[in-house]
Write a protein that binds this ligand. Structure first.
Ligand code: GSH
Length: 124
């Protein structure tokens, strides 16, 4: 299992961060991780993306927005940054890839592995 997951489970507590703070956190996460998936734990499109990345043995960082106390603010910030509100919202090498359909298209075209390799997200 090379996917790493993050989700600060807090029970019923609302987010207190501002839009500017959420935006900063999203940018930091994208900068810190060569491959990052903003996901929701129950989302079937996210499961498909995570499965594909696992099959390729990619070192991808996954943040489950529905399990993060600031998830809703982060989703707003992601929409602002990428123009995409849906999850999965995928970035490789700081580049916005899109959602699951975009990732699957890249995989079928044989381009995903190279993107991951160039990002340093593949070990071999
Ligand atoms: N075509 C998109 C579909 C993604 C999608 O519809 N995701 C749902 C969750 S399963 C979503 O983001 N709904 C809005 C939300 O959760 O705020 C893809 O391939 O990624």
């Amino acid at each position: 299992m090379s996917l790493r997951a993050l989700g600060n489970k807090l029970f019923g507590s609302a987010s207190n961060i501002t839009m500017a703070e959420a935006s900063t956190r999203v940018k930091e996460l994208i900068d810190e991780h060569s491959t990052i998936v903003f996901s929701k734990s129950y989302c079937p499109y996210c499961s498909s993306t995570k499965r594909t990345l696992q099959q390729l043995k990619a070192d991808a960082f996954v943040i489950e927005l529905d399990q993060d106390s600031d998830g809703s603010a982060l989703q707003d910030a992601l929409e602002d940054l990428s123009g995409q509100r849906t999850v999965p919202n995928i970035f490789i090498n700081k580049k916005h890839i899109g959602g699951n359909s975009d990732l699957q298209r890249l995989d079928k075209a044989g381009e995903l592995e190279n993107l991951l390799r160039n990002a340093g997200s593949l070990k071999l």
